[in-house]
Design a protein around this ligand. Sequence first.
Ligand code: CP
Length: 303
Amino acid sequence: MWDFLSTRDLSAASIDNILNLSEEMRCNQVSLSGKYFAANLFFESSTRTKMSFQVAEKKLGMDVLDFQMETSSMAKGESLYDTARTYEAIGADLLVVRHAFDHWYGELAGKLSIPIINAGAGKGEHPTQSMLDLLTIYQEFGSFKHLNVAIAGDIKHSRVAHSNAHALTTMGANVYFAAAPGFEDDSLDFPYVSIDEACGMCDVLMLLRIQHERHAAASYQATSYLADYGLTMERERRMQDHAIILHPAPVNRGVEMDTRLVECARSRIFKQMENGVYARMAIMSILLNEWGVNHENITEKCQ
Ligand code: CP
């Protein structure tokens, strides 16, 4: 059994496999051969991740077991472990979990007989977001080798930055960080550049949301943050012609980036969301050992 918890666990070959399968999911109608139940346990708010998992599960023909913490027995004090074991006992084939703790999966990993997918762990990792980000870059450039990817923003509190820095390095990209003072992460050994340097040299500019809910106190002024550390109109004009902009969203419009750039020609932000469905379909198919035995369930829909 293979859980999907951290991009540190992924080799270049396994990332390649996920990206190729994601592309197959994009171009084909795929259903799984078995009847599966997926349980989506979200203990933190989410729009994109939760809904794209739900769409991915339904596209694959799975039944979706929803979960609301407030009306579950966790309101009576039941633990994450007992909740997960309960879903396993009643027939869930796969758990998708988002939680505010950085290492919530330490409580579960290796203790269940069904796969667990990390759908976001506090400030730790967000590996499925990373796969959809890599898919978006791959669709654009066809390779990661020697691409300059600048990850800019609240690195310290960003699970997206952490997962992507490792996955992109594994795939051969050059990763740079740009951060305001206090937003650096000393535990990660990547070079820092200014936002101006990042905009001038990158092939991919990956902006991050300021994770204000993880800050002890208000840590920035919106207008000065944009001018000093964000993507202004002027900085966007200095990017290379082929360079693209990513952001995991939700976007703090007017803070990380000028609101006029959210849907500009180089923005791939809504493409990332679309790709989230395909990447999550691919990951779940692999975890359920469906891929490789189920090609007859593909209906060609493009090319
Ligand atoms: N990118 C992302 O994880 O968005 P949600 O918090 O809406 O799921």
